[in-house]
Design a protein around this ligand. Structure first.
Ligand code: NOJ
Length: 761
């Protein structure tokens, strides 16, 4: 009986749709006019429907709300009460839901399909933090292009990326998703990722291999207190304007079509209900004309924050604040129509949100062909292609950071060596995929063991030594990391004792960072530290290959272990990338995008701090800014990374010593490759505004260049500083360039630099 009713209704809907005015489908008309034509036909319910996004029916990336059954979602889909779905993937799944939207609803408005394409779709690139370590903007852009090509070939139109949250908190699990601690590097990477996902000119329909991007999480999520997930954020305007917002602004300027707000409260106001952020800054000052999606159920969570009494009030606050689309709160669809009818919410707010959402759908070409992204042939050819694997392998090699290399233990000799490979992670084919890899199959990464087996000139033996995890390793389950089993130690010691070199792959499991994965320890989980120390006793010739989604604090290893390679979680091609670096077929050039602390008590630790009134101690008393039990400096500073060759910096010069306002400051430095290998170096330029109306950081990155030099070669590297680099935001968000003395530093990392200065009149 029920089915019959639905069928009759469906028939009625299709007939009615056919009777509608289809003028908005005329491609020759400008998009704004097409939106007007469509909106004139929409009921209030249909408008609110566009503002509603549901998760698909198979996978979840957050706590599923009560009552959010598949039955209800299908019913709402048929009524035209759903504007978007997330985590529906693959041409078959997408076509099925799109058909309902297009063929069974009154107006046939297509869905926009969103997905967390964070570091690739099925062919995975390194985690974003690792990619940031490459400082290679072209490679990062290309990696996002591959991700977009695979996702768009699988029916997806929109990624929830890039995450552009700056964070100084190694304890926060989501640092793996961002570009690290620095707003300048973060802004450049935000731009590269947006352009990679969307193409240089979004809306160019010849390019169906691009998708809409989403700058998230707006804003300040990366400043959650003590790095605890979803925690309170309480920061001042100086940090907000100068550190948090710049990468978002860069994403906006690069043309990003959507923003996602965030779970956190910012100075008492949940970001989702934050008018200042979403209306005043984003849609006001920055004139953003795309739309804002909420984070998962974040409208509903405003009730728990104590910012709204119930779902109705939460919806009112969110829509007033400028949140255009509701992800999985199920509240706009339940409350907004009544709120408008009761006169509590101005329909203009709904109209504005719907216009923004439709604009992006038109730009994506979804009205012209709702199945544009549903092409099985393209899906088959694109996903997992050889070319895509080549790109992510290249990205993976570029992401590796050489942290230590005493006695030139690396690169490994290619023959005549006995190599012992130890560590559960060395054989793991899932963990290297990292967090956020919903579309990738388990066990699909090339393991380090497999990568090293490609080099046949040496004798390679493997022992795991100890397990890393006990229990399930899935995206949604809490992992258990209490491994105490040391029964594998003896076998590992045995192969180590007779080896020329021991390669140990240790660190975090891929699901130990990411959303909901904050830690209070930054050590090697389980019994790995003990394993490392035991192996060291029998053979100190160790190359430690680290796998991690965040900075770790490993003071013992930093002191004792002769060679340390930071290999993060490098995605599908992990093992090949690691092996090629270890064997010297690729000379590493990565530089840390976050400071690595000596211990967790130093967190948050970052290079661009402000001086206290007592930054150093010249009198040997206790009254200065420090901890009494550890050095002030990080273990490895921001921007740090070695190469198999060496570089020398000379002749740092400015073209003048005094500049007038508006004049360009030309900086040059000579760089020589003084070692025995060809190599690449990331030349970094920092400034310090010595005296200003607000205290400025002791150093701020304002330029970098990835330079390739043959052995023995010298190049002159030039930078230009303009007002864009010399100024800062005051506490009201005004950009100021103030006269006075500026220091300029150029060097190989934030700590080792040459220095000069100039005066700005
Ligand atoms: C919650 C996360 O915070 C967000 O980044 C993600 O895009 C959504 N879930 C959807 O999976």
């Amino acid at each position: 009986m029920k089915i019959t009713t639905i069928s009759i209704l469906t028939l009625f809907a299709v007939t009615t749709m056919n009777a509608q005015n289809k003028a908005h489908l005329d491609k020759t008309k400008p998009i704004e006019e097409r939106i007007d034509l469509l909106m004139k036909q929409m009921t209030l319910e249909e408008k609110v429907g566009q503002m509603n996004q549901y998760n698909g029916f198979w996978e979840v990336t957050g706590p599923a709300p009560k009552g959010g059954t598949a039955e209800l979602k299908y019913e709402h889909l048929r009524k035209g009460w759903v504007g978007s779905m997330l985590t529906v993937r693959g041409v078959d799944q997408v076509r099925a839901v799109q058909k309902i939207a297009v063929e069974q609803t009154r107006l046939g408005i297509p869905l926009i399909i969103g997905f967390d394409v964070i570091h690739g779709y099925k062919t995975l690139s390194p985690i974003p933090l690792a990619e940031a370590a490459s400082w290679d903007l072209a490679a990062i852009k290309k990696s996002a292009q591959v991700a977009a090509a695979e996702a768009s070939a699988s029916g997806i139109n929109w990624t929830f990326g890039p995450m552009v949250d700056i964070s100084r908190e190694a304890r926060w699990g989501r640092v793996m998703e961002g570009a690290g601690e620095d707003p300048f590097l973060g802004s450049k990477i935000a731009e590269a990722r947006v352009k990679g996902f969307q193409g240089d000119s979004f809306g160019d329909l010849e390019k169906v291999n691009t998708i809409a991007a989403c700058a998230k999480h707006f804003a300040a999520y990366g400043f959650s207190e003590s790095g605890k997930e979803y925690n309170t954020v309480d920061i001042g305007n100086a940090t907000l304007y100068n550190t948090v917002l710049p990468p978002f602004k860069a994403a906006k300027d690069a043309g990003v079509r959507t923003f996602m707000n965030s779970f956190n409260i910012l100075n008492g106001i949940p970001a989702t209900g934050n008018k200042f952020l979403q209306r005043d800054i984003l849609k006001g000052k920055w004139n953003f004309n795309g739309y804002v999606i909420t984070d998962w159920a974040s409208i509903r969570e405003m009730i728990i924050h104590g910012f709204a009494a119930d779902g109705k009030e939460a919806s009112q606050r969110a829509v007033e604040a400028g949140a255009d689309m509701d992800m999985e709160s199920h509240l706009y669809v339940a409350e907004l129509v009544n709120l408008v009818k009761e006169g509590k919410v101005d329909v203009k707010l709904v109209d504005d949100a719907v216009r923004r959402i439709l604009r992006v759908k038109f730009e994506l070409g979804l009205f012209d062909n709702p199945f544009l992204y549903c092409d099985e042939k393209r899906e088959k050819e694109t996903v997992g292609s050889k070319a895509n694997n080549d790109t992510v392998l290249d990205m993976a090699k570029k992401s590796i950071v050489l942290l230590k290399n005493e006695k030139n233990l690396l690169p490994l000799k290619k023959s005549g060596q006995k190599i012992a490979l130890i560590g559960a992670l060395a054989k793991d084919k899932t963990s290297p995929l990292g967090s956020w890899r919903i579309a990738a199959e388990d066990n699909s990464a090339v393991s380090v063991l497999e990568g090293m087996q490609q080099y046949k000139g040496n004798q390679l033996t493997y022992e795991k030594g100890a397990d890393l995890t006990v229990g399930k390793t899935t995206f949604v389950d809490e992992l258990v990391f209490n491994t105490t089993d040391k029964s594998g130690f003896e076998a590992a010691k045995k192969i180590a004792s007779t080896a020329d070199v021991v390669v140990m792959v240790l660190g975090e499991h891929g699901f130990q960072s990411g959303e909901g994965r904050s830690r209070t320890n930054l050590d090697l989980p389980g019994v790995q530290q003990e394993l490392l120390e035991e192996i060291y006793k029998v053979n100190p010739n160790i190359v430690l290959v680290l796998n991690n989604g965040r900075p770790l604090a490993l003071p013992w290893a930093a002191e004792k272990i002769p060679a340390i390679v930071e290999a993060w979680q490098l995605g599908t091609q992990t093992g090949n990338a690691v092996a090629q670096v270890l064997y010297g077929d690729y000379n590493p050039s990565g530089k840390l995008p976050m400071s690595f602390p000596r211990n967790v008590g130093q967190c948050p630790i970052y290079y661009n701090f402000h001086n206290t009134g007592r930054p150093t101690n010249s009198e040997n008393n206790v009254f200065w800014s420090h901890y009494t039990d550890v050095e002030k400096t990080p273990q490895f500073p921001f921007g740090f990374g070695l190469s198999y060759t060496t570089f020398e910096y000379k002749n740092l010069k400015l073209d003048k010593s005094t500049y007038s306002k508006g004049e360009k400051v030309n900086v040059s430095v000579e760089l020589t490759n003084t070692g025995y290998f060809d190599g690449k170096e990331v030349v970094q330029l920092y400034i310090r505004d010595v005296t200003a109306s607000l205290s400025r950081p002791v150093k701020e990155l304002k330029g970098f260049e990835l330079v390739e030099l043959k052995k023995g070669e010298t190049k002159t590297i030039r930078f230009t500083l303009t007002e864009n680099e010399l100024g800062f935001f005051d506490n009201n968000g005004n950009y100021l360039v103030e006269p006075g003395t500026f220091k300029v530093f150029v060097g190989t990392n934030s700590d080792e630099v040459k220095e000069t200065e100039f005066v700005l009149k």
